[in-house]
Design a protein around this ligand. Sequence first.
Ligand code: FAD
Length: 503
Amino acid sequence: MTDLKIRNIVIVGGGTAGWMVAAGMAKLLRDDDIKICLVESDAIATVGVGEATIPHILYYNRLLGLDEDEFMRRTHATFKTGIEFVNWGRKGQSYIHPFGPYGANMEGLHFHHFWMRYDHMGKAPPLDNYSLMIQAARIGKFQRPDTRQPNSPLSAIAYAFQFDAALYARYLREIAEKGGVKRTEGKIVRVSQHAETGHVQSVSLESGEVIPGDLFVDCSGFRGLLIEQTLQSGFEDWSAYLPCDRAVARGCERVGPPLPYTRATAKSAGWQWRIPLQSRTGNGHVYCSEFMSDDAALESLNRDLDGAPISEPNFLRFKAGVRKKPWNKNVVSIGLSSGFLEPLESTSIHLVQTAVARLMTNFPDKLFNQPDIDYYNRRTQLEYEQIRDFIVLHYHATQRDDSPFWNYCRTMEIPKTLLERLQIYQENGRLYRHDNELFNEVSWLAVLHGQNINPKRYHPIADILPEAELESRMRRMEANVATSLDLMPLHQAFIERHCKSRD
Ligand code: FAD
């Protein structure tokens, strides 16, 4: 019988995506018969500005066997409990999208319906009073969840990290190499394909070295060396929904203790991120070139830095969208080569992680069964679309009319899937999590409520509780958050105690 086993895997690219894939595969494919080789070129820079993440990264780090405190020290990481959005709904307003819940669901209904009823009664304090993560972020407190108290908000703490992505890639490289991944330095100058099937057979380096493979993982970044330049897999362009196409990034000195959240401040033609690390603060201005020049974008970024700049500005260009066939023949694209959604909700590194998991689930043999590939591609497309809708919501759900950019975003046509969701919520406050999508009801509520989109009615079943009972439960929940907050240490103190970086 023909040997169908994949024995040679070639990962093209050693940015965050390449090394995440390499470390993940080394861990999951513990088979002496499978060789994994990663090719990267020191002459081609990585993007490496990705610094903010979402809670799912904890699973990846655990899978790789990383000790969390050591990971924090090595990557100069801080904890992240949410994102503060400034000036998005209206200028002068701000809200936090928290990682943990608001209050607690009751009678099988989401908490926010009860809060809305309480609000209709004229008694509700701000929704934020029911979120421990928001309250803690506002005063710079942090701790890991305390599972010994299952009924306390302390047990529901959820967090992610803000870290130096280049240091993360370096750390994962060590793990991957220890796990048997062979790194080859060199620029790929030629790709050979099978004459009949078109499958990639090998890549050739400037040095003349030829690297053959059965399966190729394209982590070559925006250029998509194999998936696009070789296989022309196509790109679905979403720039009509997400028109920002440039960014300029720059680090600055940290001023004051690092805050446990990322800030995204809306500007006249885009937004600026601020990501506090232990060693510095990462900043960047994402903007739309149709409405703002590079010079103006840099000037605006410089003006709003917290501290003195410590790096030269790094300009980047991109287009929002997804590869039409992220897996084509024997090439699977992962990372920026497979698509791009701007970092407003810090999702790119997460998309690398889920792509690795999906590739493992659908791991091929040399027959490369097309229905498996089609399934992988459909799931990838759906995942990108769901995140796209959530990001588009931030731009569209605005009352800003102070610049041509915001006028465009407020009035643009939006995906039907998002329109339907908005129509349902605006009528009766119902929120759904489709098909186990990444962002749950809490996330949608945070952005909708934070950007002044208020439903006409709440769910009728919220009336099931007698008024006095509702009031007593709501008071108890608010008090629980306040008591828990008192018990939490400062974020800075927590880092110093557990995971302060040494350099
Ligand atoms: P790259 O970093 O571009 O790496 C490409 C690799 O391919 C390099 O090693 C290069 O040497 C190699 N290569 C290319 N061509 C060749 C060749 N011919 N021969 C040999 N090697 C080659 N993500 C988040 O999760 N959170 C964030 O906050 C965040 N912020 C971002 C902000 C901006 C402005 C941008 C653009 C992205 C952001 N991202 C963020 C995304 C994140 O930076 C990327 O997803 C991540 O860095 C992965 O990039 P990559 O490895 O796919 O590509």
